[in-house]
Write a protein that binds this ligand. Structure first.
Ligand code: ATP
Length: 240
């Protein structure tokens, strides 16, 4: 893909927490339309990179660019309004409220009262929960709650969606549903960057893969290239 199709770019981004170098001189690009996965062993810096992209943490040094614009100093809420959305791993749903009430809260940040019903239904359909009725969230399965959260992350109509381990804690059926959902959202034009540990899941959906190790970029390529990369196999076995 050509340079001008880059939607997100990190230029020599570093992040320290006291004496810990969580991310170091990380150069990284996501192309528009990509379904790009960030993998790496525990503590490699993946979640920190997500927080630097969304503005939840300030960078220690380096630049973050989104849609060609330098957003390094932009607040997290402004980044969200500009098309960046994230579904974190920690649940962010309101368990005492219903499915639709949760979506209405998220959608209400972006549309007026007159469009709220329509927008709620649109978002429920996007994650295929429209046949579920309107149960209290606490009665929904783990997977359904995760898909609800994806719907809430879609409320801002993002151009880039970040998903932190979207299939974590799911059984095979829910994982397969999540893989289909992520692929369909990508096929509709949404650029997606996700973190995952499960190589089978990564292989089932990702097109591009970047591997982090000790805060740095270790390898990058197609799913096949990374699956067959001797160094990547080694770090996953703990030999490097
Ligand atoms: P995992 O796969 O286990 O979630 P990760 O690749 O997402 O790991 P990070 O959570 O980004 O890795 O952590 C990278 C390093 O930074 C680790 O050494 C971690 O302990 C450290 N770290 C992350 N967040 C903080 C923080 N808020 N304060 C101090 N250290 C932190």
């Amino acid at each position: 893909m050509s340079e001008n199709e880059t939607i997100l770019e990190l230029v020599k981004v570093s992040k320290q927490f006291g004496g810990i170098q969580a991310v170091e001189n990380f150069d990284f690009k996501v192309e528009k339309g990509a379904l790009h996965c960030l993998i790496g062993p525990n503590g490699a810096g993946k979640t920190t990179v997500f927080k630097l992209i969304t503005g939840l943490y300030p960078v220690s040094s380096g630049r973050v660019k989104f849609k060609g614009r330098d957003i390094t100093g932009m607040s997290a809420s402004k980044r969200a309004r500009n098309g960046l959305s994230i579904k974190m791993q920690v649940p962010g749903v309101f368990e005492d409220l219903t499915l639709r009430e949760n979506i209405r809260i998220a959608a209400g940040n972006y549309v007026g009262a007159a469009s709220l019903d329509e927008e709620t239904e649109r978002l429920i359909k996007m994650v295929k929960l429209d046949s579920l009725g309107n149960p209290p969230v606490r009665n929904m399965s783990h997977g359904q709650q995760q898909w609800l959260e994806i719907a809430m992350a879609l409320a801002s109509n993002p151009e880039l969606l970040l998903l932190d381990e979207p299939a974590a804690g799911m059984g095979p059926e829910e994982t397969a549903f999540t893989a289909e959902l992520v692929k369909e959202l990508n096929a509709q034009g949404l650029t997606i960057l996700f973190i995952d540990h499960d190589m089978d899941f990564v292989r089932s959906i990702a097109k591009e893969v970047t591997v982090m190790h000790y805060g740095k970029k270790f390898a990058e390529g197609t799913v096949d290239e990374i699956s067959n990369h001797a160094g990547v196999k080694q770090i996953y076995l703990g030999n490097v």
